[in-house]
Design a protein around this ligand. Structure first.
Ligand code: NAD
Ligand code: ZN
Length: 348
């Protein structure tokens, strides 16, 4: 089969890989109908995260059709259209039962092979999905490819970010970063009832999308976020900050803008060695800081009605639709935010 494989810093190639086959009795093989490039793929692309082997198929956002199942798979049959969270999970361990499927004791991240172990990703013609019964979900009626892909990662992550920030109708909140994840956090915060919701970035079309989804954009290159947030809160700071970037400066900004006793919810993947604030900074603000990978499998089901209601045109964040073979260019465009790119959909 063909796949987009990793070959070092900013080197993604369209290459041939052996077709995946059933390894464990709980596996399913999915023929990919569409996949997407995530901001998390950019950490690999720019080599901010080390360890992934050259030749690994990239990607963890995909949807497709089951073509083969292992003998223990009960829920699915060949021909079923499925969507997937970005990690596999068993549904039975302590963490799965807790609703933290991202920490499943038997789980793996798609698109990550290190020291010969791990899983190829979904930016390919086919992908092997272990623990298929508890990982995959059937694509519900009326849910498009684009929406199925968003459910498996960025919509779930945006929701998780807003939930961690304890968003309520009467508070003042801000999202740092209006990439796909930040925009989905805007949507989720609106769904939690947020009326006073700001969204900070520097890219005009991303801020325009944040406005369309119901936030007040703040252009950090022209405006002072602190001034605006303080004006909205009698000088206190925001009740909750949602950070969806993954950098020191973004976390620092979130910390500076939150009020004493408020919450900073971080879903950005930051590969720094230290936090952007010190223990005494946190102490002096009575800060609640929540951070981590989204348990997409544990939350995506409850987001299906939001997608089906179509109040927000979620699919509109896919600004670019390309063939899988053009994936290298897709990465260049998405990473460089070229051509007003917000998110790239790839079709084999
Ligand atoms: P993206 O790179 O498309 O978006 C990031 C946005 O942040 C861009 O619009 C950029 O202009 C903006 N930005 C950068 N620095 C900023 C700053 N200092 N202040 C304000 N805005 C700033 O990525 P994405 O797909 O939206 O993903 C965002 C982050 O979420 C990434 O770090 C990704 O790895 C992470 N992520 C985490 C999870 C999880 O489970 N926690 C899941 C998916 C993605
Ligand atoms: Zn992702």
């Amino acid at each position: 089969m063909k796949a987009l494989t990793f070959h070092g810093k900013e080197d993604i190639q369209f290459t041939s890989l052996e077709d995946p086959s059933i390894v464990m009795p709980g596996d399913a093989i999915v023929r990919i109908s569409a996949c997407a490039i995530c901001g998390s793929d950019l950490h690999v692309y720019h080599e901010r995260e080390k360890g992934i082997e050259h030749g690994t198929a990239m990607g963890h956002e995909f949807t497709g059709e089951i073509v083969e199942i292992g003998k223990d798979v009960r829920t699915f049959r060949p021909g079923d259209k499925v969507m997937s969270p970005f990690t596999t999970s068993c549904g039975r361990c302590f963490y799965c039962k807790l609703g933290l499927s991202c920490r499943c004791l038997n789980g793996q991240l798609f698109g990550w092979i290190e020291h010969g172990k791990g899983l190829h990703g979904g930016q390919a013609e086919y992908v092997r999905v272990p623990l298929a019964d508890s990982t995959l979900m059937k694509v519900p009626e009326g849910v498009s490819h684009e929406e199925a892909i968003l459910l498996g990662d960025v919509l779930s992550t945006g929701f998780f970010c807003a939930r961690q920030a304890e968003v309520k109708p009467n508070g003042v909140y801000a999202v740092v970063g209006c990439g796909p994840v930040g925009l989905m956090a805007v949507v989720a915060a609106r769904e939690f009832g947020a009326e006073n919701l700001f969204a900070i970035d520097v890219v005009p079309e991303r801020m325009a999308k944040a406005r369309e989804f119901g936030a007040i954009p703040i252009d950090a290159s022209k405006q002072q976020p602190a001034e605006i947030i303080h004006e909205a809160t009698e000088g206190r700071g925001a009740d909750g900050m949602m950070e969806a970037v993954g950098s020191h400066s973004a976390v620092r900004l979130a910390f500076e803008l939150v009020r004493p006793g408020g919450v900073v919810s971080s879903v950005g993947v930051c590969n720094d060695e230290h936090l952007a604030f010190s223990p005494v900074d946190a102490y002096n603000k009575n800060l609640t800081y929540r951070i981590g990978r989204c348990p997409a499998r544990s939350v995506m089901e409850q987001l299906i009605p939001l997608v089906q209601r179509r109040k927000y045109n979620l699919g509109s964040i896919f600004t670019h639709r390309m063939k899988l073979e053009e994936g290298r260019q897709g990465y260049e465009i998405f990473a460089g935010k070229k051509d007003h790119c917000l998110k790239v959909l790839l079709e084999p």
